[in-house]
Design a protein around this ligand. Sequence first.
Ligand SMILES: O=C([O-])CC(=O)C(=O)O
Ligand SMILES: [Mg+2]
Length: 124
Amino acid sequence: MDGHNPLVREALHTPGRGRVLVVDGGARLDCALLGDQLAQAGVAQGWAGVVVNGAVRDAARLAELPLGVLALATHPRRSGKLAQGERDVGVHFAGVWLWPGDWLCADEDGVVVLPGDGGPPDHL
Ligand SMILES: O=C([O-])CC(=O)C(=O)O
Ligand SMILES: [Mg+2]
């Protein structure tokens, strides 16, 4: 999504049903794709967590919310507001593919991915 977060906003305003939102921000560290307002919306919609391959902001407030948030870094600058990017697709970062339907187990040390039934297409 290259520094723009409207798709994150859109996702977190839909029912989470206990799921984790995975956001591939291309490891950009110069703007925040998530902050306390979007995280609060995610809590209200029943999301369990957000994993961001990029940066977040409002870190002190994020830490107080009942939402698991993992990111590469914090950065105070808000992201752009163009509706760029894709939703409900596989993403590849940190050497791992993640697919819709995979299970994520996370703690303070990191994330383990367990394959779900969404799976990669046969050609991968
Ligand atoms: O508005 C944004 O782009 C991110 C943010 O600070 C928030 O969600 O509170
Ligand atoms: Mg904010």
